[in-house]
Design a protein around this ligand. Sequence first.
Ligand code: ADP
Ligand code: MG
Length: 157
Amino acid sequence: MNQLKSLQFHTASAKETEALGEAIGELLVPGTVVALYGNLGAGKTTITRGMARGLKIEDMIHSPTFNLLHEHKGLIPLYHFDVYRLTDSSDMEDLGYEEYFYSSGVTIIEWSEIIADILPPDHLEIHLNADSDMRTIIITSTGNKTDLILRGLNNLQ
Ligand code: ADP
Ligand code: MG
């Protein structure tokens, strides 16, 4: 199979970013870790809201900035982290992060760069860049499992 490294998308509204998130969410499988990158207001929570919808989760999705983690029940449980307030990954040990990252749930992490050293080798990277209401969204796979997700997404285009 040819190497498919990453896909680039452009969205013009929060609604469009959420729709892209929904398409991604439908492709996520148990054990997937999604690492989100992008400045404040880039759309990390918005795309997470879409992925939750794709996972058929009905809860309201908000940034867990103060709680660090929101757990959402679903056919596949969703662990939504926002590690903005952490300086590095050391606090994640106390939280027992491995039970989430290496579980049969889906883990989505906002501000992943802060805990880059503990991300599983195979994860889906999503970079969001804002320019007024436009967002450039680059999705990259880093292993065999997330390659399949990227391929699935490519087939929808
Ligand atoms: P983050 O979690 O990265 O801080 P949020 O998803 O909470 O960002 O917020 C993104 C903000 O940008 C929201 O207010 C949303 O309405 C707005 N917005 C405008 N255009 C877009 C777009 N194309 N995609 C995503 N969000 C957008
Ligand atoms: Mg957020």
